[in-house]
Ligand binder design. Structure first.
Ligand SMILES: Cc1cc2nc3c(=O)[nH]c(=O)nc-3n(C[C@H](O)[C@H](O)[C@H](O)COP(=O)(O)OP(=O)(O)OC[C@H]3O[C@@H](n4cnc5c(N)ncnc54)[C@H](O)[C@@H]3O)c2cc1C
Length: 435
């Protein structure tokens, strides 16, 4: 291990998350591959350990990539930017990078996980690789300021300062602050002249009018979800929806949540947004219609709230009937008209929930917004404004869908930034070190 007292480092990386650790390893590997000496690399990490957020990914299983890498899964104000970066470092190249440091993968549907299905093993593989490549890590080193004169000077909360020729800012976005990411990088990049898009939450639960969802809190349904904004369909997703006290959650809801966030300004929706749940396909609904007409005769004296018995879970069935029909649930089934049955089917086809917004950045899994990609080279991720400065990961204005896309972005951009920084470093920099 190197000594933290070194006066000047070749490269400092702020943040030992997915992208920062990747950048450090990529930097050293490229130096060695090009027949040069390893550089002096220091990572400053605010937490007491590296990779804290990576540990939480995929519910502790780390969904690190996906077989479907269509570019539609990545979003940015600079729409072509993620694709350009991912053509310089492809998702496949990310997987070979992971494999080179000992992370082998397995799939579950399209999603890729480490074979261990344990995110701790991913963090361990990164720790070993960094150690073997002489990357120095300063933990409990919360950066508060970055200044660029000839070289970079980085100041930490405890007063320590560090200097380097090159700087990679990899301190993540502004969501899930419990893992260390509090949007600190935006401040320094703004100070250095960069534009930053206001951070918004994505992969997050939705707040809806909640009288129905509250009554069904904790219950789940597999259904087709359609999100409309101002009357236009903006997202469709099949999957599990979870009813909660505040609105809707579950994988299908998290997946479309970014489209809600993008339509919000200062916590308010700019257009009316609605979620519709389709519980059954058309063919199944035809069968249900026949069944309900039969039930009206067979179970004529039963109360209305039992009408969907075994078609839906009891609580959900009763709530759907209450939503569809304005009538006491105690009335006998025989009093239901054909029109009432049509209304029940129509609600099963499209059960509507008015969206009020999203939950906060704290509950989100990724950040929409961040440093404007237009001011960074897509070939190298070097700043176009400050030579020697690079950014990668969630700090940049790129967010991915749920399903391994955000880690893929963190790895790809980390590799690109690390690799490019290594190319920029002149040889024999130790001579200038002064140590
Ligand atoms: C609960 C949860 C589950 C997720 N699951 C998945 C998943 O399964 N698949 C997927 O693809 N994505 C997932 N994500 C998203 C993914 O984890 C992130 O997009 C990714 O980790 C971003 O990498 P990064 O390097 O940019 O930032 P991070 O991994 O967040 O790392 C940034 C690091 O910088 C440090 N830092 C911040 N400020 C400072 C400072 N001032 N000084 C020093 N250090 C600082 C932080 O402590 C942190 O360690 C999940 C996110 C969450 C919150």
């Amino acid at each position: 291990m190197d000594n933290l007292d070194r006066k000047r480092w070749d490269l400092i990386i702020i943040g030992a998350g997915a992208s920062g650790m990747t950048a450090a390893i990529a930097f050293q590997k490229i130096r060695l591959l090009s027949g040069k000496e390893k550089g002096t690399v220091l990572i400053l990490e605010k937490n007491e350990r590296v990779g804290k957020k990576v540990l939480a990914t995929g519910n502790g299983r780390c969904n690190l990539s996906n077989k479907d890498m269509s570019l539609s899964h990545f979003h940015s104000h600079e729409t072509d930017f993620p694709g350009k970066v991912l053509s310089n470092v492809t998702p496949l190249a990310c997987l070979s990078f992971l494999s080179e440091i000992g992370i082998v993968t397995t799939s579950e549907g399209d999603k890729l996980f480490p074979m261990s299905k344990t995110s701790a093993s991913v963090v361990d593989a990164f720790r070993y690789a960094m150690d073997e490549l002489d990357v120095v890590i300063a933990q409990d080193a919360s950066v508060t300021d970055v200044v660029k004169e000839d070289i970079f000077t980085i100041t930490c909360e405890d007063g320590r300062t560090f200097s380097s020729d090159l700087l990679i800012v990899a301190c993540g976005g502004a969501c899930a602050s419990y893992s260390g990411t509090t949007g600190d990088g935006y401040k320094w990049l703004s100070k250095l002249g960069h534009k930053v898009f206001a951070p918004k939450p994505s992969i997050v639960q939705l707040l809806t009018e909640n009288s129905v969802t509250k009554a069904l809190s904790g219950l789940r349904l597999d259904c087709e979800l359609t999100l409309t904004a101002d009357g236009n369909v903006v997202a469709e997703q099949y999957g599990e929806v979870l009813f909660t006290d505040y609105g809707l959650s579950g994988p299908a809801v998290l997946q479309v949540s970014g489209e809600v966030s993008r339509r919000m300004r200062k916590d308010r929706l700019m257009v009316p947004v609605k979620v519709s749940l389709r519980l059954f396909d058309e063919q199944t609904l035809m069968g249900i219609e026949e069944e309900l007409k039969e039930r009206r005769k067979t179970f004529a004296v039963r109360p209305t709230d039992q009408f969907l018995l075994s078609i839906l879970p009891q609580k959900i069935g009763t709530m759907l009937l209450k939503t569809a029909l304005e009538r006491p649930m105690t009335l006998p089934v025989s009093t239901l008209t054909d029109g009432d049955i049509k209304k029940i089917l129509s609600t099963m086809r499209s059960w509507n929930f008015t969206v009020l917004g999203t939950r906060s950045l704290e509950q989100a899994q990724t950040t929409i917004g961040g440093a404007d990609c237009a001011e960074f080279s897509e070939e190298s991720l070097e700043s176009k404004l400050v030579p020697g400065l690079f950014a990668c990961g969630e700090l940049l204005d790129v967010d991915g869908d749920c399903g391994g896309y955000n880690l893929t972005w963190a790895f790809a951009s980390g590799i690109l930034a690390g690799r490019s920084a290594a190319m920029l470093l002149p040889d024999n920099t130790e001579a200038q070190d002064g140590n």
